[in-house]
Write a protein that binds this ligand. Sequence first.
Ligand code: PMV
Length: 351
Amino acid sequence: MENEFLGNKIFEVYSQTVSASCPSNIALIKYWGKYADQIPANPSISYTLNNCKTNTSIEFLAGEKFSVRTLLAGNEEPKFAEKIEKYFRNIEKYLPWILKGKYIIKTENTFPHSSGIASSASGFGAIAKCLMELDGYFSGKLADEIIIKKASFLARLGSGSACRSLYNGLVVWGKTAEVENSSDLFAVPYPDKEIHSAFKNFNDWVLLIHEGEKSVSSTVGHGLMKTNPYAERRFQEAHENFKILKEILRTGDLKNFIKLVEHEALTLHAMMMMSDPAFILMKSGTLEVINKIWEFRNTTGLPLFFTLDAGANVHLLFPGDKSEDKIKEFIIKELLQHTQNNGVVKDVMRF
Ligand code: PMV
């Protein structure tokens, strides 16, 4: 199947500058655990954010010795350059021209670096888009649909969850019986006609509980699933949750949506606690916020809920409807105090 992504014949390689923008995403059913070559251990689904994006430009200097320079918001980032160099070497069979020149990559995020918003997802998404544009010049233009599919395939090889950022709305990565054409190799959009309008306009406010480096990286966390005694059950549960979510999305069942999304977030962190060695990425503020959300929901009945990434920050999810003003008021008054520096990133998922 991977053959479909092998590189075309190169017509001509010449110096060229391209640019692209790609948003981040937040998973509802989480990807946690992988096999070789970034094959996910279970299927996942995410919302692509509307505002948190990475903007990237790539200057390709044809014929020069292969090397990569990266500038993040104007600052030289040698560590990132090293990572990208390795990544480019790794994808040569899919883009045969890729080592035939020098790169100057300028990239900036529209959200704070410390926010824990997945900059690797938007970052690799934007790079993959740039690469496919260059590929169009050097190997001949492909159909848009193939370009975006291959961009998703290439983004996955950079950072797994990045492959979902290539599409808007709800996006699935990983083979599941519940979604036609789903694949472990690239992401596909969740069929729009199977999404109730209740799920097409949500807020995602990210509370920045902790802005420093994480104590354990995602790469290490994925690796620890290999010896986690609960891993197989977890992978199976993700499949079961897809089946449940499909019905929820079709019928507009917000109550069970909330239940499932929060359960997925807590399962992700439970897996971390059951790893050997165990680790905890939540902070006390994370727990205080979760408890306050539950109390708020119990007393007001308003649909404020949460999800978590592999970090301490809390993604506050709530529909963009008549209840949103009261929820926003509660967040500012009661939840913001648990952040490190009054930090909150306000985004929406509207499609
Ligand atoms: O793509 P990675 O390797 O950064 O892993 C991301 C994992 C989670 O964000 C925790 C879940 C997900 O599906 O995005």
